[in-house]
Design a protein around this ligand. Structure first.
Ligand code: MG
Ligand code: ZN
Length: 366
């Protein structure tokens, strides 16, 4: 009996010690996948619950927070200021890319993780030089300087990019052709199609520019470009044993909001849900990948109201009739969905800049 008691005490002690060790070990994801639905407010997130297959991919998250998106100068942000906040942890003025209100450049999470030896990638359905992806690799005074931003992409630490915006590289005001420059910088650039999965070489940098401007909307036949590019990026970047950072943007959720089009919005959201599913599937299998899903701001004042009968004025609570309150952005709080090592640190309500600081601390094992 004494022996059994001794054994139980010993086991208990061992169990306590090992659980303490687990708690003291810093949470440090090997990889971070950052998914940004541009203009994706809570009603956009909710569309899948009514227009998509059930259960919505968002139900796979246990750790959820809220972030405030206002920029340094304006209560209602644009995608440059909020992209810069998310990418660099710095509030700035609307229009700024990767710099603060004094025009000082700030290191982005892509640049920071690259300095740790991680591979990095950006994927978008806009031009790849658009405000959101640009915030991760460029530093310019105005988002409209897309030709300068495209040049900075090729000189940056980014190892993989996919999206639209070929015209920013080959049909420029300065008449320069950046495709030979891309080759000099070590990129293999394809302007016709994504590569097949598993065909990309570990030590090679890749670029895919598949439209002159933005990629087509889902309702005009974009197909599986975004989930396919996401899987291709993950497959390629994960060949680096030291880790990877990948940012994927559902760029056109915002454009659907500006267009006040429910059909456009639902198409973009269901596509973005496939991207989230691909990231979560990888993270669950890998076991050491942090997935952060959020938006830069809400667009359209989009609401899932009860269906409004135009003739009688009656509201039909049995059906949804989405409405938009604005053709621009709104200042509503934005949800943050997180999975993986350190996910619990993203619960609560905080400024958009905190998302960078949380990701940076986790990447550094702090
Ligand atoms: Mg954007
Ligand atoms: Zn917008």
């Amino acid at each position: 009996m004494k022996n059994i008691l001794f054994l139980l005490l010993t086991l208990g002690l061992v169990a306590c010690t090992s659980s303490e060790n687990v708690q003291n070990k810093p949470e440090q994801p090997a990889n971070i996948i950052f998914l940004i639905g541009d203009g994706m407010g809570l009603s956009a997130v909710s569309t899948g619950f009514y227009y998509g297959e059930q259960p919505s991919v968002f139900t796979r998250f246990q750790h959820i927070g809220l972030q405030q998106t206002s920029s340094a100068k304006q209560k209602v942000t644009d995608s440059a200021a909020s992209g810069t906040a998310l990418a660099t942890g710095t509030k700035t003025y609307n229009g700024a890319i990767g710099i603060d209100t004094t025009l000082t450049p700030h290191q982005s999470i892509a640049e920071l993780t690259a300095s740790l030896g991680w591979s990095t990638g950006v994927v978008a359905t806009s031009t790849i030089s658009h405000a959101t992806p640009a915030s991760f690799y460029a530093h310019v005074e105005q988002r409209g300087m897309e030709e300068e931003i495209a040049a900075q992409l090729l000189s940056s630490e980014i190892d993989f990019f996919a999206g639209g915006g070929l015209a920013r590289f080959i049909a420029r005001a300065d008449s320069a052709n950046l495709l030979p420059v891309a080759a000099e910088k070590g990129f293999l650039v394809d302007t016709t199609k994504l590569a097949a999965a598993g065909t990309l070489e570990a030590d090679q940098k890749y670029g895919f520019l598949l439209a002159q401007g933005g990629m087509p909307p889902m309702i005009q036949g974009r197909g599986d470009f975004l989930p396919d590019a996401t899987s291709l990026a993950i497959g390629h970047l994960s060949q680096n044993q030291d880790g990877f950072f990948l940012m994927v943007e559902g760029s056109q959720i915002d454009w659907a909001g500006h267009a006040n089009s429910t059909e456009y919005m639902v198409g973009e959201m269901l596509d973005f849900e496939k991207v989230i599913a691909a990231a979560l599937d990888y993270a669950e299998k890998d076991g050491n990948t942090l997935v952060v899903v959020t938006a830069d701001h809400e667009t359209g004042g989009f609401t899932l109201g009860a269906l409004h009968n135009e003739e009688t004025g009656a509201l039909n609570y049995a059906e949804i009739g989405p409405v938009f309150a604005t053709g621009g952005h709104s200042a509503t709080l934005i949800p943050v969905f997180v999975y993986g090592p350190g996910a619990h640190k993203f619960t609560g309500i905080y400024q958009n800049t905190e998302i960078f600081h949380k990701m940076a601390a986790l990447a550094k094992g702090e």
